[in-house]
Design a protein around this ligand. Structure first.
Ligand code: SF4
Length: 78
């Protein structure tokens, strides 16, 4: 099985989406400020790192519900 890689479109920062994304869009419904879809709509990525604690909480909620567990936090400060 191929290793999931980080999408290049992710805005640099601690949160990112990997190629394990299935494009379901659930993350976008939880954190519309922070996720956006690819040109062909086949996957989503972090378009904006969180601007405040509320947005960070939204991303963490998206991480909890993401069906493929492909939203990651590498711990590097924004
Ligand atoms: S919830 Fe997860 S699998 Fe679904 S689009 Fe977002 S990152 Fe991809």
């Amino acid at each position: 099985m191929a290793t999931a890689t980080k999408f290049e479109e992710n805005e640099p920062g601690k949160f990112y989406v990997t190629s394990a994304c299935n494009g379901c869009g659930i993350c976008f419904s939880f954190a519309v400020q922070n996720f956006f879809y690819s040109n062909d709509s086949s996957y989503y990525y972090i378009s904006n790192q969180p601007a405040d604690e509320r947005e960070e909480a939204d991303i963490r909620r998206a991480m909890e519900v993401c069906p493929t567990n492909c939203i990651k936090d590498d711990g590097v400060p924004v």
